[in-house]
Design a binder for this molecule. Structure first.
Ligand SMILES: *Cc1c(COP(=O)(O)O)cnc(C)c1O
Length: 245
């Protein structure tokens, strides 16, 4: 790399190397305990607020999926990002921003309403593109979060499956913050059940493959409950407040 890096960037790059090693070991352990293969697990780096230099370093070290949360931030980073990475959108997406992002990412994890899916379909039609999407489930039924309620997911998948330019590939969730690991396990177990139920419907235009759940604090638990995309930010890059780890 020829550009000069700031001390913050250098610090983050150094953190990343140690952190990623640890994360890989934890994944290995969780998979062993769950009787799963590590090859099933996609580690998606949640890169909000992380400078492009650090993201590109992570990609050089083996990260092959990244997810951004904000359209504006993503657009400002995308041209400098390494080409060797799958780009996903994982944040809350507003209908009026869909047109700016559909050409830029391979998958949108956070489809929280039929209206949003319809807009993605409409914008993708203009591009002649079919977008892979995951449906976001508000598994804790929290007021502050968007997403389908668990009881609405089956119906939503069926309706969205009729849209020609989107392809439902699975489910995503951000469970409530839990003090106890038994409680978070319960949410992950409910997600797995929904995932299996939807898969079993064998709908046309729907190939259910991905269960995107598990973040820095709970990814081992998520793996035990069938997650195959884990979305990791803090445990790879350090705290988003740059002054603390
Ligand atoms: C930030 C973010 C993550 C990663 O969170 P960490 O706790 O930092 O690992 C995962 N998923 C989504 C949707 C996020 O916005």
């Amino acid at each position: 790399m020829t550009e000069r890096l700031s001390s913050d960037e250098l610090k983050r790059i150094e953190w990343f190397d140690g952190n990623y090693k640890e994360v890989k070991e934890n994944i290995k352990k969780a998979c062993a305990e769950a009787g799963r293969s590590e090859d099933e697990i996609i580690v998606l780096a949640a890169t909000k607020t992380v400078p492009v230099s650090v993201i590109n370093h992570a990609i050089d070290e083996g990260i092959s999926f990244i997810g951004e949360n904000r359209v504006q931030e993503f657009l400002s980073k995308k041209d400098e990002l390494s080409q060797n990475v799958h780009r996903h959108f994982i944040g809350h997406l507003q209908t009026n921003k869909v047109k700016d992002i559909v050409g830029e990412v391979e998958m949108i994890h956070s489809v929280h309403s039929l209206k949003l899916a319809q807009e993605i379909d409409k914008q993708c039609a203009k591009l002649g593109k079919k977008m892979d999407i995951l449906l976001e489930v508000n598994i804790g039924d929290e007021e502050s979060k968007s997403g389908f309620k668990a009881c609405e997911v089956g119906d939503a998948v069926q309706k969205i499956a009729e849209l020609p330019n989107v392809s439902v590939k699975g489910l995503m969730a951000i469970p409530p913050i839990c003090e106890q690991s038994e409680k978070i396990s319960q949410y992950f177990a409910e997600m797995r059940k929904l995932f299996i139920d939807i898969e079993a419907k064998k709908l046309d235009n729907v190939n259910i493959l991905y269960l995107s759940m598990g973040m820095s604090g709970d990814y081992s638990e998520a793996i035990k409950h069938g997650a195959n995309i884990i979305r990791l930010g803090t445990c790879l890059f350090g705290a988003r407040d740059y002054t603390k780890k």
